[in-house]
Design a protein around this ligand. Sequence first.
Ligand code: 3PG
Ligand code: MG
Length: 417
Amino acid sequence: MPKDIFTMDDFDLKGKTLLLRVDINSPINPSTGEILDDTRICHHIKTIGELNNSKVVLLAHQSRPGKKDFTNMEKHAKKLSYRLNKKVNYIDDFFGSRALTKVKNMKKGDVVLLENARFYAEEHVLKGKDYSKQAGTHMVSHLAERADYFINDAFAAAHRAQPSLTGFTEVLPSLAGRVMEKEIEMLEKALHNKERPSIAILGGIKVFDTLEIMRNMLKNKVVDKVLTTGVVANIFLLARGHDLGEPNISFLEREVGEYEELTEQAKSLENEFGGKITVPRDLVVNEDGKRKAILLDDLPAKLRIFDIGLDTAVEYRKQILEAKNIILNGPAGVFEIEEFAVGTTIIYNAIAESKGFSVIGGGETVAAARNLNLEGKVDHISIGGGACISFLAGKTMPAIDALKHSKKLYDEGHYRK
Ligand code: 3PG
Ligand code: MG
């Protein structure tokens, strides 16, 4: 853990009132309101469980205004109670008198979950504004008055600057929770690991983000080589002058957007880092739901590309097994359909087998990893989607910066005034 951030080991938290920001934003069935997957909830259980001698006030958000799964936090409290094996009280308020009275009357060992932070205008209006302004909001100032520490465990939202994530650090000594701590530690380790060879396998459909990750990693010599898969690979094939065929071009137009701009970016990456970027040598198209292997010479394809080919997967596997540092983001193909999960499966299993240090990025990649039971076989699987991408791309992470800022303030005696 970087020395410029406090963790839960730095303070005696017994009996203290703690504001613990978690990210339990979960997929919800919009018609029944049921939480479909509680992976994120399960991750935070470790942090909450460790604080059983404190008074824990959980702050969280669910979705965004206007979305069908923009709900209150009642179901989350039920799931938390179940996973924690202890009652977590849901309060349908964040900084009004009901919430404040409840917090004031809490006893050691109590855990409460406040309302969806994004139900309140301040969370949106002061987004990205300077943190001292955020500290002056009702949602921050009223709650902070009743608490001793702010703990941020919401790594998956650490790329956002909103009062519930970055406002408390101005007014309360702030520390990283266990999820935040582990994410920073493991992702930093992957980015700074000096062992070689170091490779990244980058795929999936979020090509804009992925090209940023690629540039950051190659420029800063985090990796010596990038193996491309998924839609990312298709863009590099275009950049090398291959014609992917009409069905694939219209897919890119429809699902990825400005693919021509991406192709230009891919070309410039090739120019700058020539030889370090590998593209597949064979592909698989979807012929009536079945795999059909094609070579690059067979392009343009009349059918949609759904996976990397077997030769490519085997070659990538070999490189993964030789690597000492491995960073993966994004699946190799349409892994949700078993027939086309072959490339993804071979690559993920190679990572599990490899002795190198390995991290798998968040988002859709996590679902692929879960399907393959990779937990425990990979050094780290991030729970962040956008947050993990931002971290790997070397972007600023407001919530993490705010924690660093808080430590500085603490060391200067700011909170004692
Ligand atoms: C996420 O799921 O990506 C985080 O919870 C952040 O949510 P947001 O992308 O809506 O800010
Ligand atoms: Mg998101």
